[in-house]
Design a protein around this ligand. Structure first.
Ligand code: ZN
Ligand code: ZN
Length: 357
């Protein structure tokens, strides 16, 4: 297994390796605005806070309907923070740092931790075995060599009902509690600062939610569930499904080493464009235009649709329209990855290919 070394920022990868668009085309898409994204952030923050307040102010049966929608609001703020962490949201770096930190708070994400996990690891070499940590598939050999509990958990995460739980358990929790080695290796003062910021927000959130809930007749437990826990779990589920779809499909490759990744231009070829209806696309701030995002992480969300379209004229990229049936089919087909043959296999196929010893 070859582990990449050297610089860490995705912009260090030569652009020609990532997209066939001309330099002027790419530069056009990286043009950033300031007033619109700042106004959007303020508006979304107000919507999120307003929705949490409303959830706590209405009778429980209605609150049960509103509470998951608070999770959707967290998700939209998260995508905005994701752009800010790429320094692509606005034309101002300090504004991006500020908005990124604030917009990450409802999803309990530390800006610095995310920067490592996403910008420096995932974006540098997505879909590369032993490097990318997001939905990395086991090989049949790895799977058969694993213990029963690990196999059971792996099977659960790769089932349609298990997909929503993966991100929180495998990415978010280990990264934020310091259990992930790729975070520990890069630990510095800003990790502590940003982690304290997240903990302070969480403490304030607990106090505010219980106080507002009490003012409208909810007990502390009900208030915490409706205003904090359910929205957080819903957001995690949406995030987990989104990142699963970004790099998992029977037609998408994962790579055994860096040479194979480079030869296939893995940033684009290891990435899917999953199409949704227009309003859903807009609600997700075009995060599923993922080939364009990996080709140039510095392109802001408001230019991604244009860039994805321009790339589609030059590149052979996987694009499919999302349906529940399509999602279930991807889950069924993409269980293990045969890195030697470069294809996804089911658990049964993996077992046949390498009988257990
Ligand atoms: Zn990605
Ligand atoms: Zn990104």
């Amino acid at each position: 297994m070859s582990v990449p070394e050297g610089g860490t920022h995705p912009s260090l990868i030569p652009p020609a390796q990532r997209t066939r668009l001309s330099q002027s085309q790419r530069l056009g898409f990286t043009q950033r605005r300031t007033i619109m994204p700042v106004a959007l952030f303020l508006g979304l923050a107000a919507v999120y806070l307003g929705m949490v307040w409303l959830t706590l102010a209405v009778p429980t049966p209605i609150a049960l309907l509103l509470s998951p929608l608070c999770g959707v609001a967290i998700g939209v703020l998260f995508v905005l923070a994701h752009d800010a962490a790429h320094n692509s949201l606005t034309a101002s770096s300090w504004l991006n740092q500020l908005i990124g930190r604030l917009a990450f708070l409802p999803s309990l994400h530390s800006f610095t931790t995310w920067d490592i996990a996403h910008n420096q690891i995932h974006h540098r070499y997505n879909s590369l075995r032993g490097w990318d940590t997001v939905w990395e598939p086991m090989s049949p050999e790895d799977y058969l060599a694993s213990g029963g509990a690990r196999r059971a958990l792996y099977r659960f995460y790769r089932s349609p009902l298990g997909v929503p739980f993966y991100y929180m358990m495998v990415i978010w929790a280990p990264a934020h509690c310091g259990a992930a080695s790729y975070i520990r290796q890069r630990w510095g003062a800003m990790f502590a600062v940003d982690l304290l910021l997240v903990l302070a927000f969480l403490a304030g959130q607990v106090l505010a939610v219980t106080a507002v809930g009490a003012a409208y007749g909810h007990g502390a437990l009900a208030s915490l569930l409706l205003g904090l826990v359910v929205p957080f779990l819903v957001w995690n589920g949406l995030m987990s499904i989104a990142v699963f779809l970004h790099h998992t499909h029977p037609a998408l490759r994962w790579y055994p080493d860096l040479d194979a990744w480079k030869a296939d231009r893995g940033a684009i070829a290891g990435t899917a464009h999953v199409r949704f209806a227009g309003p859903v696309k807009a609600l997700m701030l075009w995060i599923m235009e993922h080939n364009a995002h990996h080709a140039a992480p510095g392109v802001p969300f408001y230019n991604l649709a244009g860039m994805q379209k321009a790339m589609a004229a030059h590149e052979d990229m996987l694009s499919w329209g999302f349906t529940l049936r399509g999602f279930i089919r991807v889950c069924k087909r993409c269980k293990l990855y045969d890195y030697e043959q470069g294809r996804w296999v089911t658990f049964e196929e993996g077992r046949t290919r390498r009988p257990a010893v």
